[in-house]
Design a protein around this ligand. Structure first.
Ligand code: SF4
Length: 276
């Protein structure tokens, strides 16, 4: 059993490792305490990028994907996160709630993958809702089958990463299968749940026109998708791979040029998506 610590403010760009060496493996995690405790990387209090308005963003630990361009490999393992009580997170959030409400914002839970610790995530979203906060989850959708209707009802917005439309490319860049993400997207569309699709544009990995076209054609008919956001690859996480002694395939990958970004946004718009 991990020692209960204190949830730390900071930034997604801070390196946090080895905080809970006794934590279980994220792939075999069974939450016997129904989300009363969880493993957390950090939180930010003033993001403008993770949903509408001003957001508090909680970065939870644990992810089953291994994206080759991941900016936060220190969120993959529960053992790297700090073990905290949900109540502590909720108490902290309540002190920011008036400012978040006043600035039309709310709470975003990101990671890692928030559905690894779905009961912990659910508990915090439920409390945020009681505070009158808008709620958003940032997810790859890979564990979407874990989200029951009660969980979805706690969410005002899903920020859904679709990393590729091609199963082989998806497997190559994430190490996992594409189908669960598409299944989750279709379920959200059927439920009319608001979604912003996010696509990370990585030169040489995800920028193939046919790959972009496939996502655009899949998303365009979905009336619940308000935005497709093209997120240019950057190197801000490269130092984490080095510090964690992980093999990083994108040492020489450049940031996408403005022309490439415009081409990709243009492809989404041409298919009928609101893209930015
Ligand atoms: S899903 Fe997100 S946190 Fe997980 S490996 Fe991919 S980029 Fe990293």
């Amino acid at each position: 059993m991990s020692q209960v610590g204190t949830v730390e403010a900071g930034s997604r760009h801070d390196l946090r490792v080895g905080k809970s060496p006794d934590a279980p493996d994220e792939g075999a995690f069974h939450d016997e305490q129904a989300g009363a405790f969880g493993y957390v990387h950090s939180y930010e209090t003033s993001s403008r990028y993770d949903g509408p308005g001003l957001r508090a963003v909680l970065f939870v630990s644990g992810c089953l994907l291994r994206c080759s361009y991941c900016h936060n490999p220190d969120t993959w393992h529960l053992k790297d996160g700090t073990y905290v009580s949900a109540q502590q997170v909720i108490d902290r959030l309540s002190s920011f709630a008036p400012a978040l409400r006043a600035l039309d914002g709310g709470l975003t839970i990101s990671g890692g993958e928030p559905m690894v610790q779905i009961d912990f995530t659910r508990r915090i979203f439920a409390a945020a809702r009681q505070m009158g906060l808008h709620t958003a989850i940032q997810t790859s959708g890979f564990l979407g089958d874990r989200a029951d209707d009660g969980f979805l009802s706690c969410l005002d917005l899903v920020l859904l990463d679709i990393k590729s439309s091609d199963p082989d490319t998806y497997r190559k860049v994430t190490g996992r299968e594409l189908a669960p993400t598409l299944r989750f997207a279709e379920r959200l569309a059927a439920a009319g749940k608001p979604v912003w699709v996010r696509f990370t544009l990585v030169p040489g990995a995800t920028d193939d026109p046919a790959n972009v076209e496939g996502i655009a054609r899949f998303v365009a008919p979905m009336k619940n998708v308000a935005w497709v956001e093209v997120q240019p690859f950057h190197q801000l996480g490269a130092f984490k791979w080095k510090a964690m002694n992980l093999e990083y395939k994108h040492v020489d990958t450049s940031r996408p040029t403005p022309e490439l970004v415009n081409r990709v946004i243009g492809q989404f718009r041409a298919a009928g998506c609101n893209a930015r």
